[in-house]
Design a protein around this ligand. Structure first.
Ligand SMILES: NC(=O)c1ccc[n+]([C@@H]2O[C@H](COP(=O)([O-])OP(=O)(O)OC[C@H]3O[C@@H](n4cnc5c(N)ncnc54)[C@H](O)[C@@H]3O)[C@@H](O)[C@H]2O)c1
Ligand SMILES: [Zn+2]
Length: 358
């Protein structure tokens, strides 16, 4: 299966998108937006493309707590009201929340209608809109319900990023760093040299990062092997994300937590496989430069371990499964570093507060 040729961007992308819209304008177009993309992105889309005058706009709230089957039902109900048929088209215009919910709603309505993604956050451009995972949370457990279903196409236009808040850009930047680290020294070096999330926010770099994910997804669509490499930084990152959601009034965004996870899991990679200490230093300094240092309550280790075990369906600490790297560009999955090393890696991050790693 080769799905990377369904990603479009730039001038060619806009003209392909126009063709798709005209192809479906008779059978009904439904545009899923959230409370921000309705005002910031929909006007751009309508200005660029003809044939959307009669499209039905479906709006949902883009909060993680809203990523539920109830939101999907709201979308299904709107599709019924708008007489959507098998050959209709849903356009998911938004971040990962919209592409996850919209993709799932479209994939299941009448056993599946056509959908395309127009991601409007950096994170969705390089990650969420790609690879065909769709779904919602259940009882606040992330992505418990869902299906693998590929959009007909993904359209990546960096102009949507003009209105994206800086913190959201940083969140996507962390996933781009992850892609670089599992892919190649060249891509990682490029990030180090650019040393700026603003400078990587253009279509060339975004497409390069998207291609890393697509290459992996193409060889392991259902995640039985190498696709697990995309979880680098995520075992510890997810636990930190949940921890922050529990304690902070303004919790860390996903990518902000993943940036910390990347540092900790690189530390583990250094200890287990001899990943170059200098690469850990370069990563730690880059992250420290761009992301505020996160302060845990005192001694968070046991709580974070418990969150990791919960995330991995109540595994014991010795069974906590990690995706790591032997070195930059050489991922390895199904690794079990154990409690002591996990705690050491957290201490390593916590101690970074006192200054850059020299
Ligand atoms: N399916 C996958 O493979 C996959 C991969 C990674 C993440 N995800 C999912 O993606 C979701 C997170 O996605 P996200 O980070 O894009 O968050 P999001 O969709 O919640 O968007 C973040 C915020 O940015 C706003 N926004 C979106 N585009 C904007 C723009 N152009 N200008 C201004 N504001 C804009 C949104 O309204 C929202 O408030 C999570 O639910 C996560 O589980 C899925
Ligand atoms: Zn992620």
């Amino acid at each position: 299966m080769n799905i990377s040729n369904s990603i479009y961007s730039g001038v060619v992308g806009w003209s392909r998108l126009q063709e798709v819209i005209l192809e479906y304008s008779q059978s009904g177009i439904y545009i899923l937006v959230d409370e921000n993309t309705v005002g910031l992105c929909l006007p751009v889309l309508k200005e660029k493309c003809n044939g959307l005058e009669n499209a039905m706009i479906i709006e949902i709230q883009s909060t993680e707590s809203n990523k539920t089957i109830a939101s999907v039902e709201k979308v299904w109900q709107q599709l019924v009201v708008g007489n959507a048929v098998r050959n209709s088209l849903m356009i998911c215009l938004g971040g990962g929340l919209i592409t996850d919910i919209g993709g799932f709603a479209a994939a299941t309505f009448k056993r599946g209608i056509n959908f395309i993604h127009i991601p409007t956050t950096l994170l969705a451009m390089v990650d969420a809109a790609l690879g065909g995972k769709t779904g919602v949370n259940l009882n606040s457990i992330k992505n418990q319900i869902g299906v693998f279903s590929l959009p007909k196409a993904v359209f990546i236009f960096d102009e949507f990023l003009k209105t994206l808040p800086d913190r959201q850009k940083l969140s996507g930047y962390a996933e781009m760093l992850k892609h670089a680290m599992i892919h190649s020294e060249n891509l990682f070096d490029k990030f180090i040299v650019l040393n700026s999330h603003e400078k990587v926010c253009n279509e060339v770099n975004i497409l390069e990062s998207a291609a890393v994910k697509m290459e992996i997804v193409n060889s392991d669509f259902t995640e039985t092997g190498i696709r697990k490499a995309l979880n680098f930084g995520h075992t510890i990152g997810h636990a930190i994300e949940s921890y922050s959601q529990k304690y902070d009034t303004d919790p860390l965004l996903h990518g902000e937590a993943i940036a910390i996870g990347l540092i900790c899991e690189s530390f583990i990679s250094m200890r287990m496989f001899g990943m170059d200490k200098n690469d850990l230093k370069r990563l730690a300094n880059l992250v420290s430069w761009h992301f505020p240092h996160y302060r845990f309550n005192s001694r968070p280790g046991n709580e974070l371990l418990a969150l990791m075990c919960h995330d991995k369906k109540n595994a014991s600490t010795s069974k906590l499964n990690f995706s790591l790297i032997r070195k930059i560009g050489d991922p390895v999955y199904d690794q079990y570093p154990g409690e002591k090393l996990i705690l050491e890696s957290l201490h390593f991050y916590i101690n970074l507060e006192v200054g850059f790693f020299v």
